[in-house]
Design a protein around this ligand. Structure first.
Ligand code: F3S
Length: 390
């Protein structure tokens, strides 16, 4: 594998131990995937932030790296942590968990990483441009960056995204290479998709059929960024899909000749929604997977101001948008209706199973896929109005 002079210096340890270890990770990864060289990246998004997912071993690794003098060379952002940093006590997060979570955030902070703690950095102004190379590691953010923004990123793991942040480069293979960004599965959508739950169902259904292929959707009349984020998140959860196209919607449309064609009809939409739903009344409804945009928070605030929900509910978002929501009065409306705007974390990466909940409502295909296995929850899945007032 060819390394530029600066990369070779890092590999040889001339830029410190942390850069050496990081370059070693990147070179090993490059060799596995047959990369001939590295490519500079303009930002990194690092997953592996919640104490629930990385545990003591992860904390030790991060503290070790910070102690070795690891410093990021490019703007680097964090995925959600295991708790809301400001209101973890009110949310009944166990104290021992909180202590470890704070230590993880401190270790990242020492390396110069911004504590954005969100899986939707593109809603807080971090929006790589068409053709820009980045190293992102949260599956829904990867799908959004590649598909909706047209940026180039592979599916990085937490450690490889961190290594890219420290070295400023990533191996040049996979979705960084133009010729690989081609869809080989065409989906003709024959039904009307209106809600987040509808786009979730489409994503869950097609993700499971994709099998290493990139889907290209025809027939979606229009879609908001919020709907596209949940479509990508749901396909990432059910089938690890990192890239898709939607005709006349996404900035790129590259389809292979002879790609297999599948149809998605009203029958599949209904069946998928029904399969994800236990039809129980949720104890807690969680909205904002991936993290909510400001207009999603506004929509919840308006709905619950008219009619108080029958259960506890959270809207998960970034700290920055939570502050905006405070300023605009949305948080106050949500709290007045018995809800919470939760920042820095989400329903899946916080210790929900230790907080007294066993039935959780969601309109996200990704949360519906992960809540049973990662949080021991039964899932009430449906449109926002349905789950809030069941
Ligand atoms: Fe984000 Fe958590 Fe969903 S990290 S994509 S809100 S599972």
């Amino acid at each position: 594998m060819h390394l530029e002079r600066r990369e070779q210096q890092m590999f040889d340890g001339e830029s410190g131990e942390a850069a050496r270890v990081s370059m070693e990770i990147l070179v090993a990864l490059g060799k596995i995937y047959g990369a001939e060289r590295m490519i500079p990246v303009t930002s990194a998004q690092v997953a592996g932030v919640s104490y629930k997912t990385i545990g003591d071993a992860g904390l030790e690794y991060l503290e070790g790296l910070a102690a070795k003098g690891a410093r990021t060379r490019i703007p680097t952002f964090l995925n959600p942590a295991g708790m809301d940093i400001a209101q973890w006590k009110e949310m009944k997060i166990p104290q021992g968990f909180a202590k470890k979570q704070i230590a993880i955030l401190d270790a990242y902070s020492k390396m110069g990483i911004m504590k954005t703690c969100t899986c939707t950095p593109y809603f807080i102004g971090i929006r790589p441009k068409l053709g820009e190379h980045v190293a992102w590691s949260e599956s829904s953010a990867i799908a959004f960056a590649n598909s909706v923004l047209g940026a180039r990123t592979n599916r990085e793991g937490g450690p490889s995204a961190l290594a890219a942040a420290i070295c400023g480069v990533t191996p040049y293979y996979g979705l960084h290479i133009e010729e690989n960004r081609v869809a080989n599965l065409v989906i003709d959508v024959h039904c009307r998709l209106e809600t987040i739950a509808d786009f979730s169902a489409l994503g869950v259904h097609i993700g499971a059929l994709a099998k290493e292929r990139y889907p290209a959707f025809r027939g979606i009349r229009s879609a908001t960024e919020e709907q596209l984020k949940v479509l990508g998140a749901s396909m990432a959860a059910s089938g690890s899909v990192p890239l898709y196209f939607a005709e006349k919607i996404t900035p790129e449309w590259n389809v292979a000749d002879g790609a297999e064609r599948l149809a998605f009809t009203e029958a599949e939409l209904k069946a998928t929604k029904s399969k994800l739903d236990t039809r129980e009344k949720p104890q807690l409804v969680t909205l904002g997977c991936p993290h909510a945009s400001l207009s999603e928070i506004k929509a919840v605030a308006e709905m619950v101001a008219k009619r108080k929900p029958n259960c506890e509910f959270w809207v998960c978002t970034s700290r920055k948008l939570r502050e905006e929501a405070d300023r605009l009065g949305y948080t106050m409306a949500i709290e007045a209706a018995g809800g919470r705007v939760v920042a820095d974390t989400c329903m899946v990466v916080c210790p929900l199973e230790d907080m007294g909940y066993s039935i959780t409502g969601t309109n996200s295909g990704k949360a519906a896929k992960y809540l049973p296995s990662l949080c021991r929850q039964r899932v009430a899945f449906g449109d926002m109005e349905d789950i809030l007032y069941r």
